[in-house]
Ligand binder design. Sequence first.
Ligand code: SF4
Length: 354
Amino acid sequence: MTWSDWKWQLQNRITQLADLETKITLTTEERDSFAKAYDQFQFAVTPYYLGRIDNKDPHCPIRKQILPRAGELVRKQNETDDPLAEEIHMPVKGVTHRYPDRAIWYISHVCAVYCRFCTRKRKVSTPEETPNRSEWEKALDYFRGETKLKEVILSGGDPLTLSDSSLDYLLGELKKIPHLNQIRIHTRHPVTMPMRLTESLNSVFSKYFPLYMVTHFNHPNEISDETKFYVMRMIKEGHVSIFNQSVLLSGINDDANILSDLNYKLISIGIKPYYLHQCDEVFGSSDFVVPLEKGIEIYRKLRGFHSGITIPSYVKDLTGGGGKVLLSPDYLQKKTDKGYLFQNYLGDEYEVGH
Ligand code: SF4
């Protein structure tokens, strides 16, 4: 097994402080925060993604996404364990069905890298949460019986931690369901372990055309020659359409030039920028949140100044499960004492903090 083998990358993930310190120099704050934050949410990074860190730069945008920090232990009033209310709309284990026409299926709770701002840190990194085979069958039965469903989104954790044969089986069963119009796969492996996009996975995916993949690049430094090679090969051989969702993150990508650079680089390798998310109000995320006014100002500098195909939609997923709202300057007119008022797709009003 070698560097370019994704199983080697997974097996050789760095998960402990002592190992990490043999690879990069930590600040005192990073070292002190590690153990405390680890108790709340595990640490793991692939050798590949760790290698993207600039060790000389304490503000390296990749380092900041993965190293535990003290702010993770601070719980603000607006923060919850399950900001998108995914657990209360769960008809069978591992499936969130909130909107009439689509459902999310969490088929793995393992990721190659654990991002410190993860919305699902309440269960991601806990392998016991991953559905087993009999639970797969219950979920598939549920999808077969729900004739209004048009889309199933394979998510997690990272669904691409499953074997090719498991993915082949699940995609095959989903594609047999006549009322499903499309299948989507949400994965961060193109970012954190691009060698997962193997030729054999491409062969599996090519059987189920059209397939839609949504990945999660946040910064241009995450795009390497390896990313380019594996992503472009998957698009050509796996016949997969790939989109990207970024999270707007303080001190990481809260700058129009960085986002524009990222979005042009994505387009150049065949990935369409899809969403720019306001960071979810998950516990311990406040250090990452960019104020709405600043986010809208950044977005204003993207729209119109750059090619339309490089522009994602800037959205906020409403805390409490109200769905996504588009963020636009209009909302700044609807200021309240605590934040801003938003109306979701059903016309319900939600207040979002400053
Ligand atoms: S890859 Fe996605 S699910 Fe996994 S830790 Fe990062 S944000 Fe969370």
